[in-house]
Design a protein around this ligand. Structure first.
Ligand SMILES: Cc1cc2nc3c(=O)[nH]c(=O)nc-3n(C[C@H](O)[C@H](O)[C@H](O)COP(=O)(O)OP(=O)(O)OC[C@H]3O[C@@H](n4cnc5c(N)ncnc54)[C@H](O)[C@@H]3O)c2cc1C
Length: 420
């Protein structure tokens, strides 16, 4: 490094679930860590708020769970769907062999605020909100820092570290600045999201998925008095929907769940009340370079299907913590890719498995959106019932669901590094 002392040993870019968790773990392990976040507050719109049993187990091992339980949240132990008006049981978390056999529905802002405030208890931790990373500093092909704009002070800053961690999400600036491709798969679906107050959102309250001749709706309690409802559409068709006006959107949702029409008309009055999520997942080809490590959506964009983005990001952070603390001890400055490789070798198979399962589900949904309306409802219902029966008996399918629910818990938290 060019003679100048690093501003921190580790610079983490992005205070999402991955970056916040890693910063807490490093700070608690006595590492000097600076967390740089573009937003001024944690009030980021439309982020995942489903926390699987596996990730709850990780929070427990990190001593965060007791505090998280004090925050507003809902607990879900089973899921049901409505198939052509018939109720079908989809999953039963209660029956899993898990330490915490439930899903927590919790908005990200309060959760992230809590994790960052727990990190702030350690002297080595610095949080820089309202600071946007614009590029990387590199010397002899090694990443040695970031260029950023601090909006609070209205000044450009250069921050140096022995390691830069790109945890800045699906459109990662860190990833693109180092020239790593996002590895996106061909898109099949997009999702249009909106929120309705719990008291107006019946029947979303009773089921997590509505499948009808005219389409699919998915819905979840946010733990904050609202339901978040998603309408899957074929990838790239949102501009057509918008052109048809908000009335056409109301008609499309109400064709699937007619009971939602009054709430929709009251609370979704234009497309500004909706949010488009491009589902297209991806897996980047490299997650480590000299002086650089990518994690969470920056390394592998998760699709929202099966609520796997948060568990993957938090499990990445846990694995990265173990690798980084060891590399800081053993390696010279900045940390070479070879000393970081263990993190990627460990996490890549788990990520590929999860994203593979999500892709299968996306393909099935895409086929349904394209051709479902050609299938007579009575035949579709018979098929759905047979499928539900198969699901409860199939060990393969059941193990897929178990992997989704529990996979994150495979990562051991290296608590031997903790200073308290
Ligand atoms: C609508 C929706 C619903 C979802 N539902 C679920 C769900 O229920 N369960 C689930 O597990 N997953 C869900 N996901 C996916 C999940 O939210 C993500 O996979 C997860 O948030 C990824 O975490 P992360 O820490 O990698 O990145 P992010 O959460 O995306 O955080 C990245 C952070 O980096 C910051 N940042 C970006 N660029 C810069 C920059 N240049 N400089 C500084 N900071 C920057 C951002 O402001 C952000 O705070 C959903 C996603 C969406 C969009």
């Amino acid at each position: 490094m060019s003679g100048r002392e690093p501003d921190a040993e580790v610079l983490v870019v992005g205070a999402g679930p991955g970056g916040a968790t890693l910063s807490y773990l490093l700070a608690r392990s006595g590492v000097d860590v600076t967390l740089v976040e573009r937003e001024r507050t944690f009030e980021r719109e439309f982020r995942g708020f489903g926390w699987s049993p596996g990730v709850i187990e990780l929070f427990d091992r990190m001593d965060l769970l007791a505090d998280l339980r004090e925050l507003d949240h809902d607990v879900v132990t089973a899921g049901a769907g409505s198939l052509y008006g018939e109720r079908v049981e989809l999953f039963d978390v209660d029956s899993l062999d898990a330490e915490h056999p439930y899903i927590m529905m919790m908005e990200q802002p309060t959760l992230l605020e809590l994790i960052v405030s727990r990190a702030s208890e350690y002297d080595g931790f610095t949080f820089r909100p309202a600071t946007t990373v614009t590029g990387l500093v590199a010397e002899r092909e090694q990443v040695t820092g970031v260029e950023a704009h601090d909006r609070a002070a209205d000044e450009d800053v250069t921050l140096r570290g022995r390691l830069v961690v790109g945890a800045d999400g699906r459109y990662s600036r860190v990833r693109s600045a180092v020239g790593i491709d996002a590895g996106l798969f061909d898109p099949i679906l997009d999702l249009v999201w909106f929120k309705l107050p719990v008291e107006d959102a019946d029947p979303a309250s009773d089921t997590q998925a509505h499948v009808a001749r005219d389409g699919i709706l998915v819905s979840f309690g946010t733990g904050g008095g609202e339901y978040q409802i998603g309408l899957p559409i074929l990838a790239g068709t949102y501009p057509d929907l918008k052109r048809a006006g908000i009335g056409a959107f109301h008609d499309r949702v109400a064709a699937i769940a007619p009971e939602l029409r009054p709430a929709l008309e009251e609370h979704v009055s234009n497309y500004g009340d909706c949010s488009l999520l491009e589902v297209a997942p991806g897996i980047g080809p490299d997650w480590v370079r000299d002086g650089l490590l990518l994690l969470g959506d920056a390394a592998h964009v998760a699709s929202p299907i099966g609520a796997q983005g948060n568990p993957l990001a938090v499990a990445d952070a846990v694995a990265a913590h173990a690798t980084i603390t060891e590399a800081l001890e053993r390696s010279e400055t900045p940390l070479p890719a070879g000393a970081l490789a263990r993190y990627e070798t460990r996490r890549r198979p788990a990520v590929e498995e999860t994203i593979g399962l999500q892709r299968r589900a996306e393909r099935a949904m895409g086929l349904f959106l394209r051709y479902g309306h050609h299938v007579p409802p009575s035949l579709a219902l018979r098929g759905a019932k047979a499928g539900a029966g198969l699901l409860s008996r199939s060990r393969l399918l059941r193990s897929g669901i178990e992997r989704m629910a529990l996979g994150a818990a495979d990562e051991p938290v290296d608590t031997t590094r903790f200073v308290d």
